[in-house]
Design a protein around this ligand. Structure first.
Ligand SMILES: Nc1nc2c(ncn2[C@@H]2O[C@H](COP(=O)(O)OP(=O)(O)OP(=O)(O)O)[C@@H](O)[C@H]2O)c(=O)[nH]1
Ligand SMILES: [Mg+2]
Length: 377
């Protein structure tokens, strides 16, 4: 595969020379099964970083440079990744800081994950032996650790430990699908939104632990206050949107339509056709479940939609069984337990509680068993 290490730079003249020398002399010679290249993405640094990179590009033929206007790191990545894909034919791209904070010795570990079939590999400082600089002041350490914990908690996505880091490898397909996210924020929040979108779209993501070195040369470009405000705004909005308009919200809407269908059938059969209410209710349930199944299949979980007839019928059987178990065992069971042990007086509270547990149970079975996410193609 053709791999391109993208190094965004703004006033990193001293660092870029050091980093490129390490990559070319120590790291690339170890990698035999990939074609390794470098792309420096400079935003007209006044210190002459691009000219310095130009000198290095004369020495090594696998270095490209793209120079553009300074419009933030995310914008620099969009420009560079587009260049890497279109002009360099990259299959895999790395995001790597110029300031030597991202240990270049880890590059083979990232490539190994890509070779194993992952779409993206994320450098992590918070799991599996990764770490942050010992000498950072306590407030910076807290900012970093709690910032990530907060992102994981608000998004309810715990399997990824480092959301804010910028040491990553990704296949070009991930970039082509998610590039809008790179441009969505002026600060560094795009790293979080990009990763979150990739997770949501089902890309396979691995973690690579590394020790984050302290910056020794040049100045930091991060603006902590506006960063944390942006980050909080994004994760809270994304989380609300995902819960409300994502599968769980749709699942609730579908459940609501099922309730209405069942209620109408019950009324019509009893009032107009003099049916026995128990039988009418059961008939209504059968129709409502059928409607729920189809709406969930076509809308709630449309990316996991069943197409083949046998799969459709088999999953429908599962869906009826799940619904029956939920109502008979979970909802009725909770009401029964409440009635028996706490008294009949509060039956309606047990009903509400039983229904809440039922919803969680149903959604969990639908999401993780019936419409389980397929690995990304
Ligand atoms: N092209 C480009 N590069 C940028 C821009 N902002 C930051 N960078 C580069 O992105 C990388 C990360 O920036 P840093 O300032 O090191 O951010 P940080 O690592 O979070 O902060 P420190 O730990 O203080 O270094 C560095 O290589 C910067 O030169 C930008 O607007 N344009
Ligand atoms: Mg840095």
């Amino acid at each position: 595969m053709k791999a391109v290490i993208i190094i965004p730079t703004y006033n990193e003249k001293g660092n870029i020379e050091k980093l490129i020398n390490i990559l070319e002399e120590e790291i690339f010679p170890q990698i035999k099964n990939h074609d390794m290249n470098i792309l420096v993405a400079d935003d007209n640094s006044p210190d002459g970083t691009a000219e310095q990179a130009g000198v290095l590009a004369k020495k090594w033929k696998n270095i490209d440079i793209t120079v553009g206007e300074k419009r933030g790191l995310g914008a620099a990545y969009v420009r560079a990744m587009t260049y890497a894909v279109e002009k360099m034919n990259a299959d895999v791209m790395f995001e790597m800081d110029a300031d030597l904070q991202h240990d270049p010795k880890k590059i083979p570990d990232f490539l190994k994950k890509i070779d194993e079939g992952y779409d993206m590999a994320i450098g992590t400082r918070y799991s599996g032996g990764g770490s942050i600089p010992q000498n950072w002041p306590i407030q910076r350490k807290m900012f970093s650790v709690f910032g990530n914990l907060l992102v994981r908690t608000i998004l309810l996505k715990f399997s990824i430990h480092d959301w804010t880091g910028g040491y990553r490898a990704l296949k070009k397909e991930v970039f082509l699908r998610e590039k809008e996210e790179l441009n969505s924020f002026k600060g560094y929040t795009f790293q979080v939104s990009f990763l979150n979108k990739a997770v949501r779209d089902g890309f396979k993501i691995a973690e690579v632990p590394f020790h984050f070195e302290d910056r020794t040369l040049g100045d930091s470009k991060i603006a902590p206050i506006s960063y944390i405000i942006d980050l909080l705004k994004y994760v809270i909005a994304a989380s609300i949107k995902e819960k409300l308009f994502g599968p769980f919200g749709k699942f609730l809407v579908v459940g609501g339509t099922g309730f209405v269908i069942q209620a109408i059938i019950l009324r019509v059969l009893v009032e107009l056709f003099r049916y026995d209410p128990t039988a009418a209710n059961l008939l209504g349930a059968v129709v409502a479940i059928f409607s729920n199944y189809n709406l969930n299949n076509l809308w709630t979980f449309k990316s996991e939609k069943f197409v083949g007839i046998s799969q459709y019928l088999w999953k429908m059987l599962n869906f009826y069984a799940t619904s029956a178990i939920g109502v008979i065992i979970i909802q009725a069971g909770i009401i029964f337990l409440g009635d028996t042990f706490l008294g009949k007086k509060y039956y309606f509270i047990y009903f509400i509680f039983g229904t809440a547990i039922l919803l969680v149970y149903n959604f969990t079975v639908y999401r993780f068993i019936i419409w389980r996410k397929k690995p990304h193609k």
